[in-house]
Design a protein around this ligand. Structure first.
Ligand SMILES: Cc1cc2nc3c(=O)[nH]c(=O)nc-3n(C[C@H](O)[C@H](O)[C@H](O)COP(=O)(O)OP(=O)(O)OC[C@H]3O[C@@H](n4cnc5c(N)ncnc54)[C@H](O)[C@@H]3O)c2cc1C
Length: 364
């Protein structure tokens, strides 16, 4: 049986480990704290259409290809573990002023040109769908086929599925990929991936995020993901069984994951502007994580050398792209690269320095 080391146990690494074990690989997953990285703090939106913007064609196409794989991926995970990860079926982006309403039209037109349908709503249309939203909301954009997942249930499910398929977990930090004695290695160490392959253009992008618990008598939780821009800052509300996730700040701060007073203040203020009733909710958690960012907002998925496949750089879309990434990595391991993942090929960035190429086998 061929041996595979997966380095990193976030959603990406655990997803790869599970599917590789099912495909017949003998899989060992290395992570000192599996499931504690960005995948633990994430919001769980699967929103490539609502996040679309003219010019970002490849990001849209990649995200749409990932979204299309979610129903089957979720069904397989459910069949393997009984875990249901879906928490909402639709996404509603709302506008508070004329400029934001114009942006919603721009998104709808551009995404429509790419063959994906979004529905523009007036004030009454928004209220009919989500009556608890603020009266200042003047327009909306409904993505009827953009759901959301509970990222923590996803991690639990992937862990259980991997264990059932025979994945062994070693709670260790890998310091040197070349020292791993396995036939193949998948690097899925999220924002820390460049510590192991320094030429990978992956950097941490900090994000703070809140979890609010619904209390008896408080405004009901919206049924859909709600997205908006308040004072120029993006904010989103993602339903959970017991409340809401409110996210997220975004800035460059290295690997710092301190939750700041300013971040929490802005998130609460912006969320309350959209859904005034959240003042009655319990603030149950404030957290922060490092998104694995890349220069062009597309991940790095593909063969790096004869022995190493990389699966990193998923930025703010790693939950969305998990099924596509897993399929692409399995394709690389089988020697049949996935056409839908071509735009994420790591070779689109610079060639590695000669020293690295010799120690790890180079970039192919
Ligand atoms: C605030 C926030 C909100 C987000 N919201 C969304 C969202 O709504 N939708 C969406 O699609 N995406 C979202 N994301 C992005 C998403 O969370 C990430 O893209 C995704 O989790 C990346 O998964 P990963 O497995 O690559 O990384 P991680 O989950 O960070 O996992 C990496 C793992 O590698 C391990 N590791 C690191 N170095 C080593 C080493 N040397 N040896 C062994 N193990 C190592 C770490 O311990 C960690 O467990 C959000 C991110 C943040 C921070």
């Amino acid at each position: 049986m061929r041996t595979l080391a997966v380095v990193g146990g976030g959603a990406i690494g655990q997803g790869v480990a599970w599917q590789a074990a099912e495909a017949g690989w003998s899989v060992t997953l290395f992570d000192p704290a599996a499931g504690s990285g960005a995948s633990w703090v994430a919001g769980g939106m699967l929103a490539p259409l609502s996040e679309g913007w003219p010019g970002e064609d490849r990001v849209l196409e990649f995200g749409a290809a990932a979204l299309a794989r979610w129903p089957e991926f979720a069904a397989r995970l459910h069949a393997a573990t009984g875990v249901d990860v879906m928490v909402a079926d639709q996404t509603l982006t709302v506008a508070l002023d004329a400029a934001d309403a114009a942006d919603l039209r721009t998104i709808a037109d551009w995404v429509g040109e790419h063959g994906h349908e979004l529905e523009l709503l007036d004030r009454a249309g928004v209220r009919a769908l989500e009556p608890a939203l603020a009266r200042t909301v003047r327009a909306g954009l409904l993505a009827a086929a953009e759901p959301a997942v509970d990222n923590r249930r996803l991690l639990r499910g992937l862990h259980a599925a991997g264990a059932a398929a025979g994945v062994r977990v070693r709670p260790e930090t890998v310091a040197d990929l070349a020292a791993l004695d396995f036939d193949q290695i998948v690097l899925a160490a999220g924002a820390a991936s460049a510590r192991l392959l320094p030429e990978l253009p992956v950097r941490p992008v900090k994000g703070e995020i809140l979890r609010l618990r619904h209390r008896p008598g408080a405004t009901p939780v919206p049924r859909r993901v709600i997205r908006a821009r308040v004072h120029g800052r993006p904010v989103y509300l993602v339903p959970r069984g017991d409340g809401l996730v409110v996210g997220a700040t975004q800035y460059e701060a290295g690997f710092d994951t301190t939750v700041t007073v300013g971040g929490v203040r802005d998130l609460i203020a912006d969320a309350e502007t959209i859904l005034p009733g959240i003042a009655e909710y319990e603030l149950s958690e404030a957290n922060s994580g490092s998104r694995p960012g890349t220069p062009d907002n597309l991940p790095l998925i593909g063969r790096y050398s004869d022995r190493i496949v990389v699966a990193t750089g998923h930025g703010r879309n790693g939950m969305l792209t998990t099924p596509l990434t897993v399929e692409a990595v399995l394709g690389e391991l089988a020697g049949t690269p996935l056409p839908d993942a071509r735009s994420a090929a790591p070779q689109r960035f610079a060639t590695p320095p000669a020293s690295l190429a010799s120690s790890t086998g180079g970039i192919r």
